[in-house]
Write a protein that binds this ligand. Sequence first.
Ligand code: FAD
Ligand code: NAI
Length: 331
Amino acid sequence: MTAAQAPIAIIGTGIAGLSAAQVLHAAGHEIQLFEKSRGSGGRMASKRSDAGALDLGAQYFTARDRRFVEAVQQWQTRGWVSEWSPNLYHCKEGLLSASPDEQVRWVGSPRMSAITRAMLGALAVHFSCRITEVFRGERHWHLLDAEGKSHGPFSHVIVATPAPQATALLASAPKLASAAATVTMEPTWAVALAFANPLDSPVEGCFVQDSPLDWLARNRSKPGRDTSMDTWVLHATSTWSKQHLDLSKEAVIEQLHGAFAELIGCAMPAPTFSLAHRWLYARPASAHQWGVLADADLGLYACGDWCLSGRVEGAWLSGQETARKLLEHLQ
Ligand code: FAD
Ligand code: NAI
């Protein structure tokens, strides 16, 4: 088997890994994806629950770069995304006020995970497979998973995980590993609350300041969602999440429910359903302009939102840049 014939391994099925996978597949390369979770999407995944599918991570995204604008238009044509135009509010020093704007915001339809699921299509993927080591033999790359199973040979490896998880996987290219190691990623506690009777509030999305909360959204206001219950997703600030990293889920729900009740300004019954989820690596502490970390001669690449802006758009662009660089090196 020659290096050109061996497949390309991609670790991580978030939008960055899938963005690279789509370009490389379209260019005729065989791809094998590895994902530690049971499904794709990473921070764009949606959780199935007794209150329907919940977008607990990315809430919506904006498209500013021309290439991403074009991609999102295609996704819209295919029915993967819809525009979300919530009644937007802003809360500062406890004062809630309407804060409408002209920004176009997109969501996956009927749930955020629909985008990455559609991008994955029929590509080969190993779910529930956490990669612990990436190593190079004489001419090819091999991967080792947490169960001790070896995968390969591969011509190239793309590490598309958050930076702290990428560092160990980049050990064969110490320069890439040390660049990834400089990236701090901050946590976010997310809570979902469902009410049998809709809250008497016009709010559908709210940017929050001076509170443990950073953001709240009314899930049913997004297109295609289950409307049988009034479900809200609350995100804590990075600061609060760091300070309460090891708090029990019950205590996180209680405290963020309390902060929500304080700011929403309407009667707040006990929720009929609640859950908490801790995103340990939610967002990079600062943006970078790397696009991709690459050792093209070795055939090892790292991408993700942390290589650009810590947003869906940044992650997608980083995947595109990775595929472009890899294909350029093959020419
Ligand atoms: P990820 O989505 O993290 O994908 C990485 C994948 O790698 C994961 O599936 C993970 O399971 C897998 N993985 C990790 N390690 C291994 C391993 N060793 N072996 C195998 N698989 C592995 N962005 C916006 O634009 N708008 C928003 O409103 C917004 N809100 C957000 C709210 C929250 C709470 C969070 C957490 C994020 C939010 N973001 C938002 C950011 C956005 O979700 C991310 O920028 C984007 O989804 C990152 O994509 P990615 O592919 O780089 O990484
Ligand atoms: P955007 O343009 O809607 O928002 C950018 C920021 O501008 C907002 O965070 C908010 O502070 C402010 N803003 C925008 N519209 C506003 C309005 N109508 N009223 C008051 N303030 C307003 O979206 P963009 O640039 O795509 O950003 C993505 C969003 O994702 C941000 O809100 C960001 O905080 C969030 N995010 C959250 C993460 C987390 O872990 N909680 C991780 C990554 C992104």
